[in-house]
Ligand binder design. Structure first.
Ligand code: DGY
Length: 321
């Protein structure tokens, strides 16, 4: 299917990625430069066979019920899938394609950026340099915590978790993890499995969240888990903000129970917990996990290839439902 405009790209994709959808499918694209409202999305998708969205476009059961009968496939320009009611889509026989694998390495880079930035007090250091008030090196200045040689606990040992673990070995870290299921030995690559999350927390000088957001993981990192972390621990989140109980984390950061947090994702983005904007021991980034030119292009190519396969009756490699 490349002969007629059957694809609606509802999300505001990078230009190079939008161009792919136009070239390959003569897609109609969001030209508003912002996230569409639900009525705009429903208007745009009328009569289409494929809809392209991203994590900020919500396909709740209510919206799914209003999608046109012509719609066969939803492509999400994301690895996260919490913005779609997958059961409702399945019940309507609508296939779902996503962007697994191609963003894992960039996200793992960002996880290390979070760990290093939080542990080595990068925001405070950079602010001091830019302020013009730096009076020179002193032995007491801006002491952080080491990353190298420490224990890293990873919650969620999927593709991104494993890419983080691979980097951690280069830093001489001891890798621990918790996952729904223990991995095969080859995939574990020496990482130590904990079937209990509190036990993982107790072993985690660095505690990195890399699992999907789901009813089972929302609010999972709460006071009970945070209170098990060793003193001077650093919490990082590369997954989704709602996995953390913000009040519990803020309390631990304010009281000094943990050293710092490195956060790329937040509950309620962009209206984040206000303490994350003011606490000096929070190294926060605006959800840039996969934000490199080449990764974002690779995500687009994967969706286009999957869509092409779907339309030609083959099984797309990136079909997730
Ligand atoms: C993803 O791919 O899920 C990113 O976090 C963007 O939402």
């Amino acid at each position: 299917m490349t002969d007629s405009p059957h694809v609606f790209v509802a999300c505001d994709l990078p230009e190079s990625v939008q161009a792919l959808f136009v070239e390959r499918f003569q897609a109609r694209c969001n030209d508003k430069g912002r996230t569409l409202t639900a009525p705009e999305l429903l208007e745009g998708v009328k009569g289409k066979r494929a809809l392209v969205i991203t994590a900020t476009d919500c396909l709740s059961a209510d919206i799914v019920a209003q999608l046109p009968d012509t719609l066969e496939v939803v492509c999400t320009y994301s690895i996260g899938m919490e913005h779609m009611d997958i059961d409702a889509l399945k019940a309507r026989g609508i296939a779902v394609l996503a962007t697994p694998d191609v963003l894992s390495e960039s996200c793992a880079d960002t996880a290390f950026l979070l760990m290093l930035g939080a542990a080595r007090r990068v925001l405070e250091s950079s602010a001091l340099l830019r302020s013009g008030e730096w009076t020179g090196w002193t032995p007491r200045q801006l002491l952080g915590v080491d990353v190298w040689g420490r224990r890293l606990g990873i919650l969620g040992m999927g593709r991104i978790g494993r890419a983080i673990a691979q980097r951690a070995r280069g830093f001489g870290m001891e890798v621990h993890y918790h996952n729904r299921n223990r991995l095969a030995e080859a995939l574990e690559a020496g990482a130590i499995y904990h079937d209990s999350l509190p036990e993982l927390a107790a072993q985690s000088d660095f505690f990195c969240i890399a699992c999907p957001s789901s009813p089972a993981t929302r609010g999972l990192v709460n006071t009970a888990i945070i209170s098990r972390l060793p003193p001077q621990a650093v919490v990082c989140n590369i997954a989704r903000g709602d996995i953390i109980d913000d009040a519990a984390l803020v309390e631990a950061l304010e009281s000094g129970a943990i050293a710092a947090a490195g956060l790329d994702v937040f509950a309620g983005e962009p209206d984040i917990h206000p303490a994350y904007r003011r606490l000096p021991n929070v190294f926060g980034l605006p959800h840039i996990g996969s934000a490199t030119e080449s990764t974002r292009l690779a995500m687009g190519r994967l969706l286009c290839d999957g869509l092409q396969a779907y339309f030609s009756g083959a099984q797309p490699s990136n079909r997730v439902a």
